[in-house]
Design a protein around this ligand. Structure first.
Ligand SMILES: CC1(C)Nc2nc(N)[nH]c(=O)c2N=C1O
Length: 159
């Protein structure tokens, strides 16, 4: 059983509802338990000219292998109408494997830890909300990354 952290994002077609639907699907994955979910956070797109994003992070305990989990996440994205037009374009749903246990994976389909996560407040703050004492595979404490990444521009949605 590995603890995986999943980044969720959406900026099209009722983003908060897209994330709620995706979380329900994550809870149904085989050999997987949805352990905890952060609040929803709203922020401007890192790339301008797109609608604001709604993001969250979920913690899973899973017996799926990393690539099988990736396949399952991509099936959920497609099931919610994710069209993969442009690489950084707006999307109904984005599910990223941020961390997979303490594994460091560098394969064509999958890089874990997610290569941009240390730069993204919309990943670090929801992650810290559910895993404050997390240490990344390279030994760096999440708190250190958080200190280097300002919260500014992030809006936490209270339930
Ligand atoms: C286009 C890009 C980089 N910008 C984002 N910006 C925000 N705020 N949240 C995202 O999830 C997100 N995802 C992306 O893929």
């Amino acid at each position: 059983m590995e603890r995986a952290y999943i980044g969720l994002g959406s900026n099209l077609a009722e983003p908060a509802e897209q994330l709620r639907q995706a979380l329900a699907s994550l809870a149904q994955l085989p050999a997987t338990r949805l352990v905890s979910v952060s609040s929803l956070y709203v922020s401007d797109s890192l790339l301008p000219g797109q609608p604001r994003y709604t993001n969250a992070v979920a913690a899973l305990d899973t017996d799926l292998q990393a690539l099988a989990l990736l396949d399952a996440l991509q099936a959920i994205e497609l099931g919610q109408g994710r069209e993969r037009h442009e690489r950084w374009g707006p999307r109904t749903l984005d599910l990223d494997i941020l961390l997979f246990g303490n594994r460091q994976i560098d394969e064509p389909r999958l890089r874990v830890p997610h290569s941009q996560m240390h730069l993204r407040a919309f990943v670090l703050y929801p992650l810290a909300e559910i895993a404050a004492d997390l240490q990344l595979p390279d030994g760096s404490p999440l708190s250190t990354l958080l200190a280097a990444c300002p919260f500014e521009g992030l809006e936490r949605l209270t339930p």
